[in-house]
Design a protein. Structure first.
Length: 252
């Protein structure tokens, strides 16, 4: 198990490399280029808090055993939060073959968003999802993405602080690489503090590729308590790998 350590002191964090997982970057075939799109407008004409970077794309992760002629079809799009608040975004994907025939997509039952996540202020995130098994020989697909909702995330900051955070590289099954975060939290003197730790996993170039939220924690001031994500986060092996983690404490 490898780890990257981010030590958080006051308002800043320092990255110290205890070990590193080699990143295999893969930018799959997409319709169009990777130009930066202008901010979308809300229905009332005001600028949107989140904008799309480049175009939606797709990729296939081959099965590592069994029927290796097939694999998992993924869709993804890079979004940027241009606001000063965290934003929760829900979106869907639809693909089409070269002649315009509808193919696989990522959406909820009966339509609507199929994937959602939270993006930090001023940050970019790769939002991706998988819904279907397809032949690895699949050639051109044109992909569209639709944002169904954007809403600011409102929370109360905690009086506790993060004094250490480690990114843990866990097992891989050939399709996904598992990661977790291990961190220590110190409460100020006086009384116990109830909080939730929200973790963001970032690639080497600063793109958010996964998030997780802890259960409610009770931090006693006598102890710098260690905690983790309740479950590993999974990043497909053809997406950028996390290289650091940031931890945000939210009061409860």
């Amino acid at each position: 198990m490898n780890s990257l350590r981010t030590t958080c002191i006051s308002a800043g964090c320092r990255l110290a490399r205890d070990g590193i997982v080699a990143a295999v970057l893969y930018f799959p075939i997409a319709a169009g280029g990777q130009q930066r799109r202008p901010s979308a407008a809300q229905k009332d004409g005001t600028p949107s808090a989140v904008r799309e970077i480049g175009t939606p794309r797709w990729w296939v992760v081959p099965n590592h055993e069994g029927n290796i002629r097939e694999g998992k079809l993924f869709f993804g799009v890079e979004l940027e939060n241009v606001s000063s608040k965290p934003q929760f975004v829900a979106l869907s994907f639809q693909s089409y073959t070269a002649d315009g025939t509808k193919y696989e997509g990522c959406y909820g039952i009966g339509g609507g968003p199929g994937v959602s996540d939270e993006i930090a202020p001023g940050s970019r995130a790769l939002i991706s999802c998988h819904r279907a098994i397809v032949p690895v020989s699949r050639q051109r697909l044109d992909v569209t993405a639709r944002v169904w909702s954007i809403r600011p995330v409102v929370f109360t900051s905690s009086t506790a602080s993060v004094i250490e955070a480690d990114l843990l590289a866990m097992s891989s099954d050939g399709t996904y690489q598992a990661f977790n975060a291990s961190f220590r939290i110190k409460a100020p003197h006086g009384k116990d503090v109830r909080l939730v730790a929200f973790d963001r996993f970032y690639s080497e170039d600063g793109i958010q590729v996964a998030t997780c939220s802890s259960r409610t924690l009770i931090i006693e001031p006598e102890i710098a308590q260690r905690a983790t994500c309740p479950a590993d986060v999974l990043v497909d092996v053809m997406s950028p790998r996390p290289k650091r983690v940031s931890v945000e404490l939210r009061g409860r």
